[in-house]
Ligand binder design. Structure first.
Ligand code: PEP
Length: 251
């Protein structure tokens, strides 16, 4: 059985003190809700406060990016080894905002994924089509292409630490959610790509999340779909009641 993973992505929001307060408030609300893994991916500077506040709870902490080199002259970047030492367990890779604003490519997504996995981190790898690509009929082609490039040179053993988030770009931060059927279909394309690379058994075990305006109102319908094994959640992950409702829907 594959794991359901409910992961928040705070983007460039929340100071360390706000992170500490949020997690202290959230922890009792999600305590014991163990039918899904609960993760908060936070800005680098929040990691120390977040890991400290999450100690002894069922909330795990992730980062929002990782560089692919181990060390060197890469001003402003953070390596996988650095993340591991901070106590982070997960890292988001290839979010559409990284692709759109920071020149992330399918190739660098692959390199970052390999760096994260080789360091023992769990990689939440994001893929997704733009509205234009969807309207041109390229959703399946694009999702399979992005998934396969992201996973190039990943071993079957490492796939245990891979989560893929299908995030249609047109649904992120827009309030427009994919319908449950669209989410299921997109996630299905991703799973099919994993099957083509690694076989049906590994594909059946791989967690594929949906992300894009998932919230307390629509989570139950999305998560009920066969191929939707959790969510990557932006806006609603910064409101304890909404995030808890999504965790409840997964439980
Ligand atoms: C995200 O940041 O990955 C995301 C899906 O954002 P939102 O839930 O706000 O659309």
């Amino acid at each position: 059985m594959r794991k359901t993973v409910i992961a928040g992505n705070w983007k460039m929001n929340m100071t360390p003190s706000a992170a500490r307060t949020f997690i202290k408030e959230l922890a009792p609300m999600v305590a014991g809700k163990d039918k899904c893994d609960i993760v908060l991916c936070v800005p680098y500077v929040d990691i120390a406060a977040a890991t400290e506040a999450a100690k002894g709870t069922n909330i795990k902490i992730g980062a929002e990016n990782v560089h692919f080199k181990a060390s060197g002259a890469y001003t402003g970047e953070i390596s996988a080894e650095m993340l591991v030492e901070t106590g982070v367990e997960y890292v988001v890779i290839g979010h559409s905002e990284r692709r759109q604003y920071f020149g992330e490519t399918d190739q660098t997504v692959n390199l970052r994924t390999l760096a994260a996995l080789n360091a023992g981190l769990k990689a939440i790898v994001c893929v997704g089509e733009t509205l234009e690509q969807r309207e041109l009929g390229y959703t399946e082609t694009l999702l399979k292409y992005q998934t396969k490039i992201a996973l190039t040179n990943v071993t079957a053993e490492q796939m245990k630490n891979v989560i893929i988030a299908y995030e249609p770009v047109w649904a992120i931060g827009t309030g427009v959610t994919a319908t449950a059927d669209q989410a299921d279909e997109g996630n299905g394309y991703v799973r099919a790509a994993v099957a083509e690379m690694f076989g049906d058994a590994i594909a059946a075990e791989t967690t594929v999340q949906y992300g894009g305006s998932m919230n307390d109102k629509n989570a139950a319908e999305l998560l009920a779909k066969e191929n939707v094994d959790g969510g990557l959640i932006g806006g609603a992950s910064m409101v304890t009641e909404k995030f808890t409702a999504i965790v409840d829907a997964a439980n």
